[in-house]
Design a binder for this molecule. Structure first.
Ligand code: CMP
Length: 143
């Protein structure tokens, strides 16, 4: 299996619930290396830009409102098979459908406020990572 990178965002609900530590612990315990990390607050414009692929969807305005409602913590994660393994760790987008023991099943309130984002492909992970981090903000880790 190839070493991959994926982009996650600990969303504003994760930060408000004081879950940065617990969610980060689970991510690290699952074997992901954090190669970039920051706390930031998206504006409506930057949140809309990040989720531009959804701009025609009925939930777009609520999504932008929520993602700009408070600070969030984007990270780039590295691991073998990172994209699929991370989506397994966080569970289905809708927490009501997420497997027991996943991050969303344990902590998310709703489809809209679902604690974490995870890239859906290596290619999108690269695009999404570049949205938050310059190359100089990504560290080299020993594998
Ligand atoms: P995320 O993986 O960050 O990508 C897009 C987000 O839109 C998704 O998580 C959900 O939090 C949010 N969302 C809100 N409503 C819907 C919906 N009906 N279908 C898919 N995603 C939705």
């Amino acid at each position: 299996m190839a070493v991959e990178r994926t982009l996650t965002i600990l969303k504003p609900d994760c930060v408000r619930k004081n879950l940065i530590g617990e969610v980060t612990r689970r991510i690290q315990e699952a074997g992901f290396q954090i190669v970039a990390m920051k706390m930031t607050r998206l504006t409506r414009e930057t949140a809309g830009g990040f989720y531009a692929v959804h701009k025609e969807r009925p939930f777009f305005n609520d999504l932008v409102e929520f993602m700009s409602s408070g600070p969030c913590v984007p990270m780039i994660l590295e691991k073998k098979n990172a994209v699929a393994d991370f989506r397994q760790l966080i569970g289905a987008t809708n927490p009501a459908e997420a497997d027991e023991g996943t991050i969303r099943a344990d902590f998310a309130d709703s489809l809209g406020e679902n604690i974490v984002h995870g890239s859906d492909s290596v290619e999108n992970g690269k695009l999404e990572s570049a949205y938050f981090f310059s190359e100089s903000e990504v560290v080299l880790v020993k594998s």
